[in-house]
Each structure stands twice: as C-alpha cells, then as structure tokens.
Design a protein around this ligand. Structure first.
Ligand SMILES: Cc1cc2nc3c(=O)[nH]c(=O)nc-3n(C[C@H](O)[C@H](O)[C@H](O)COP(=O)(O)OP(=O)(O)OC[C@H]3O[C@@H](n4cnc5c(N)ncnc54)[C@H](O)[C@@H]3O)c2cc1C
Length: 315
C-alpha cells in the first residue's frame, strides 16, 4: 500500500471506476439524488481512452473518438451532481457497515458501493505490438473488425476468445489466419469444429508472433514475422491487421478474499443481476462480463447497478 490517506470521506454511494459503467451508474445515481462519489483510478475514462474511433456507441451518426466520448460521459456525470475524485483504491473492507475503501488520497466510507473497475486485454508485450496498437493491432474484433472489410487479418491465440474473434472476423475479412503456439486449440469443441469448417479461416499451428511489421506514414500494419515454436525458424506473412486474443484480466486484485470471484477472477453476481455476494455491494461493466465487453453493455450494467442501489438504500 502507498501513503497513509489523509482524510475520511463519507458518501451514500461510492462508485469505484471511471469508465462507461462507472459514469453511467453515477449519472443515474446523481439524478436519483444519491449524491454519488466516484473514484476514477489511474485511468480516468477507462479503456476507451486508448482507442480512436468508436463507431458502435449509439447516438453518433459519425464515429466519435474514444476520449471525446468519455469526456462527454464525465461532463454529464459531473453536471448532474457526481463528485469525481482522481484516486486509486488499494484496499476495501466490506465486512461491516459502513463499507470502507482505502485510497492513495482518502479513506472512503459508504452505505453502498458499485464496483466498475473494468478489465484489460492481455498483450504479448512486443515493442512492435505496442507501436502499431490502434494502427492495425487490436484487442477487440467486435470493436475493430469493421475496419478490415475484405482484408487479410491474423488472430493470435488458441482459446475460446481467439476462436470467437476469428469466427466474428470472417464476417468482414477476406481471410483470417489464426496463429497458435500449439498443435490444437484449448477451447470448446463446437468452436473448433466451426473453425475447421470455415473456408475463410486458415490455422498456422506451432507458431507465435515474433514481430509486427508495417509502414510509418501513415502508420499501418503490413505483415507479421512468425516464429516456429519447435524449430525456431521464422517466416513473414502479409496481413492488414492483427488481433491479439490471449485473454483479459479483470481488475479485481483488491477484491480477492473479499467478494466471490469466478475462476478467471471476474466478480460473481447473482444470475441476471449486478448484486455481488455482499448485500449493498454491486458490480457492473467488464469487471463482471467476459462475454460482451462493450462500452454500451458496460453502461447498461452501470445503469442497472444504480437502480438496484436506489432500491437497496430505500429498503
Ligand atoms: C483498444 C480498445 C478499443 C475498444 N473499442 C470499443 C468500441 O469501439 N466499442 C465498444 O463498445 N467497446 C470498445 N472497447 C471495449 C470498451 O472499452 C469496454 O467494454 C468498456 O470500456 C468497459 O467499461 P467499464 O466501465 O466496465 O471499464 P473500463 O473502461 O475498463 O474502466 C475501468 C475504470 O476503473 C478504474 N479502476 C480500475 N482499478 C481501480 C482501482 N483500484 N481504484 C479506482 N479505480 C480503478 C480505471 O481507472 C478505469 O477508470 C474497446 C476496448 C479497447 C481496449
């Protein structure tokens, strides 16, 4: 833990996380006169701050830039009465009421909490992957597949996410090359069958991504260097886009041993709801969702959480 927090702040509702789920929860809660306090963490605005064009968030006839969309959500949350603080929560105690959350700047006590700490796509950590992220290297086929109409793309990975991303991309791309380190997939059999039957998909077994190659002006992916995991031999393959699909990590480290988490570390909620196993603590957005992972679904779950908190506090 970092420095000792200076002040204790009490709020009816503490929202942890400043992405689409957190800001939407804040908008609903503030409009219901709950005077929410939202702590943004180290990435105010969340994952969409790392992208450029968002074409699938309803309400924009033309693509909106990720940071612009998040600034609008921030402004809206603030204008309807949310107190927004840039702080990072390091520790929580949900064993007694009021609930406690300890941040770098303050300690917060709250009658109810909504956790919206999101998730992060896992990356391979290659320098060239970082260089071309947003310029042909992506971690989300649903978000970026549309930009690769009739192009050739690669999907890196061998689990369910990789197979689902590959199948989704066949709706847009001319060819989808799946690159996997081993000689068989790890995911569900039904997905493996669909992959095998799809004429647009080619699998390159026993290979890993060694380097992303591309041009500078304008920055764009043009190919990849693949390394054989058995022989070490390398080959160049021309592609227009690369989707890294090696999984996501939910930001739930501080809830381990505090809330029920599933095997992948996502916060467990009651079926069809945003209620955690602790009454009064709710969770919304990518931190509970490993299936859809979209800004609009995160926002929807944030709305559900705020409405549930209202019922909880007035009960
Ligand atoms: C490159 C990229 C492009 C994308 N493109 C699209 C797209 O086009 N359309 C679409 O619908 N979706 C897109 N997505 C997915 C979308 O961004 C996510 O589904 C959405 O942001 C999830 O929202 P969230 O509020 O659950 O969490 P996040 O956006 O992940 O926000 C999490 C928040 O929690 C905070 N936080 C984390 N830990 C702590 C802590 N300990 N204390 C305090 N705060 C904390 C973070 O600082 C952050 O503010 C994209 C994602 C990426 C990475």
């Amino acid at each position: 833990m970092s420095s000792v927090p200076a002040h204790t702040k009490h709020t009816k509702l503490l929202i942890i996380g400043g992405g689409p789920a957190g800001y939407t929860a804040a908008i609903y809660a503030a409009r219901a006169a709950m005077k929410p306090l939202l702590v943004t963490g180290l990435q105010p605005g969340g994952q969409l701050m790392t992208t450029t064009e968002v074409e699938n968030f309803p309400g924009f006839a033309h693509a909106v830039q990720g940071p612009e969309l998040m600034q609008a959500m921030y402004d809206q949350a603030k204008n309807v009465g949310t107190e927004i603080i840039t702080d990072h929560i390091n520790r929580v105690d949900f064993s007694k009421k009021p609930f406690t959350a300890v941040g770098d700047e303050h300690t917060y006590t709250a009658d109810a909490v909504i956790i919206c700490t999101g998730a992060q796509a896992k990356w391979l950590g290659l320098e060239s992957e970082i260089k071309f992220r947003g310029y042909g290297v992506s971690g989300c086929a649903t978000c970026d597949g549309f930009f690769f109409k009739n192009k050739v793309v690669a999907v890196i990975g061998g689990g369910n996410s990789a197979m689902e991303e590959a199948l989704y991309l066949t709706h847009h791309a001319r060819e989808v090359i799946v690159v996997h380190r081993r000689d068989q997939f790890r995911g569900e059999k039904i997905l493996q069958e669909r992959i095998a039957k799809n004429p647009k998909i080619r699998v390159i077994w026993h290979h890993e991504l060694a380097e992303v190659t591309g041009q500078e002006n304008p920055k764009a992916v043009q190919g990849m260097v693949l390394k054989n995991t058995q022989t070490g031999a390398t080959q160049n393959v021309a592609v227009d886009g690369i989707f890294v699909a090696i999984g996501h990590s939910p930001a739930t480290e501080l809830f381990k041993g505090v809330l029920d988490l599933d095997n992948d570390g996502y916060i467990k909620t009651a079926p069809g709801s945003v209620k955690t196993n602790v009454p009064g603590v709710f969770a919304a957005g990518d931190v509970i969702d490993k299936v859809y992972r979209q800004a609009v679904t995160a926002a929807g779950l944030g709305c559900m959480a705020a409405l549930d908190v209202e019922r909880y506090l007035s009960a």
